[in-house]
Design a binder for this molecule. Sequence first.
Ligand code: UDP
Length: 152
Amino acid sequence: MVHERSFIMVKPDGVQRGLVGEIIKRFEHKGFKLVAMKFMVGSDDLFKQHYAALSSQAFFPGLIKFSSSGPVVAMVWEGVHAVAIARAMVGQTDPAASAAGSIRGDLCIHVGRNVIHASDSLESAKKEVSLWFTDKEIVSWASATESYVHEG
Ligand code: UDP
């Protein structure tokens, strides 16, 4: 059983639009385990590191400005195949191309206001979890429902 951690963030538009509870609910209901969470305004510098791979894109300055413009909910969710499953739950980068039933397919319309971030690979997840959280901020706990979420 491949247990993974994914970095998930409700972006400033998701917070402003009151979607924090809805987004958390989807990950809880899916069967993932919350192991870290904080409500904060990320600095320009933090978002430049977070989105470093996109620094040459024309939309990068606007992305950094908007991302650091207000509070976000940064989280780490753990579970079997958490990275790939979370991406499937989130949908495509462009909400218009995202299937109904996915978070972006259901809750937003425009690529620049797509309400949520989810790590796109195990390698990015590891980098993002350590960029946003210290080891001490990640809580190790046994969920009482674990044996009802997966075998083994
Ligand atoms: N983005 C944008 N315009 C684009 C492509 C991306 O504003 O044409 C923003 C969008 O908010 C996206 C973020 O940049 O979520 C990061 O882009 P990435 O390609 O990593 O997409 P994601 O992993 O978020 O689906």
